[in-house]
Design a protein around this ligand. Structure first.
Ligand code: KG4
Ligand code: ZN
Length: 352
């Protein structure tokens, strides 16, 4: 019998729900609804309190719409998965509590999902044969990390950022260039028109050996762009070239370090995940750096930015192994991602 899993994602400023059916280990995405909260554009960044309130207003209709689009009734669901963290605590609580309550009401198994594990599973929705071992480059607004994934559920941290995340750097540079929020998509668009040789920014920590070779640092690069912006006597004229210079620097660092990680781990596949993986030039850059013998896999942009389909996919995998929340000690360990503070909602002290 097919499993029918409802996924819920509300860790930041997207209210999202998805329905995934799984039969004989094959997942089929039946619906995906993503409601992006526009209100934050006015403030140039996500305002947590406003995000929580918007999630509260829309979580019910978004879940209903996902069920409608899947042609599924609540009675047909066999499990529910919701993002447990990391993320903004108010927004997380809305989706997590909604999912947990719905599961309790229907007597369904419920699983809290690590947001980053969700990003890792995103590409499996379009590439069902995708399986470890692989190296993953996770690049989002909050994280930048290289992971060796020998099997699902085992994530070995090779390196991460010492300061800003790659997506955060895109957002901050977009703000410097007065391009609005979020910055990634607009910088990518503008960079296509920019000259590659007018601004050459530093490639931070691009070293071939030593502890720093899998680590990242983007705050200095951001300052270098700030200086160039201050020195520009015509930002209108320079904007596209600055965007191009910045993007080239970030992508070269990401691609070269990913290639080194692939070499070190000895794998034949790279998975790119997280919002910055929407950037088509990133996949191209990584492809060039790793060479033709390594497969570069990434999901379409809709599945790379925050969405509930990836949460349903990771949740369905965990549910199929018999895992359930509220978690026991073992399940709590599963919520720990290497290099990140362990987290749990209310320290795992929740129960219905
Ligand atoms: O994974 P995500 O949707 O949310 C987090 O978990 O953080 O990532 C959002 C980040 C933002 O910083 C956004 O600017 C960036 O992903 N992003 C991009 C692109 N699309 C989104 N960065 C570069 N190029 C893009 N096309
Ligand atoms: Zn994310």
């Amino acid at each position: 019998m097919a499993e029918l899993v409802l996924g819920i994602e509300t860790s930041c400023d997207e209210t999202s729900a998805a329905v995934l059916s799984v039969q004989d280990g094959r997942a089929l995405l039946r619906s995906l609804v993503i409601l992006s909260q526009d209100v934050h554009r006015i403030f140039g960044g996500v305002v947590p309190e406003l995000a929580s309130r918007a999630h509260l207003r829309t979580i019910g209709p978004v879940v209903d719409q996902a069920l409608r689009e899947a042609g599924a009734a609540r009675e047909e669901l066999t499990g529910i998965a919701a993002t447990a963290g990391p993320g903004l605590i108010g927004p997380l609580l809305v989706g997590f509590t909604y999912g947990k309550t719905l599961a309790w009401r229907r007597g369904l198994p419920f699983i809290g999902v690590h947001h980053l594990e969700g990003h890792l599973f995103a590409a499996t929705l379009e590439d069902p044969l995708l399986a470890p071992p692989f190296v993953a480059l996770l690049v989002s607004g909050g994280h930048t990390m290289l992971l060796h994934v020998p099997e699902w559920g085992r994530y070995e941290l090779m390196g991460q950022t010492r300061d800003d995340a790659a997506g955060e750097a895109f957002d901050k540079v977009a703000a410097l260039l007065k391009l609005g929020y979020p910055g990634g998509p607009v910088i990518e668009r503008l960079a296509r028109e920019g000259a590659p040789d007018r601004f050459r920014f530093p490639r931070p920590l691009l070293v071939r050996s030593g502890a720093g070779r899998f680590e990242f640092s983007f705050s200095g690069l951001k300052t270098a762009v700030l200086r160039a912006v201050q020195l520009s006597d015509n930002l209108e004229r320079d904007r596209a070239d600055l965007a191009r210079g910045f993007q080239d620097a970030v992508l070269e660092v990401l691609a070269e370090k990913t290639a080194m990680a692939v070499d070190e781990a000895g794998v034949g596949t790279v998975v790119l995940g997280g919002g910055v993986a929407c950037n088509a030039a990133l996949a191209a850059s990584v492809g060039r750096s790793v060479g033709q013998s390594v497969r570069v896999v990434t999901a379409t942009p809709r599945l790379n930015t925050d969405n509930a389909a990836m949460i349903a996919a990771a949740g369905a995998w965990r549910l199929s192994r018999g895992e359930r929340s509220p978690w026991d000690a073992e399940a709590t360990d599963n919520m720990v991602f290497p290099g990140l503070q362990p987290f749990s909602i209310a320290n795992g002290q929740w129960a219905i």
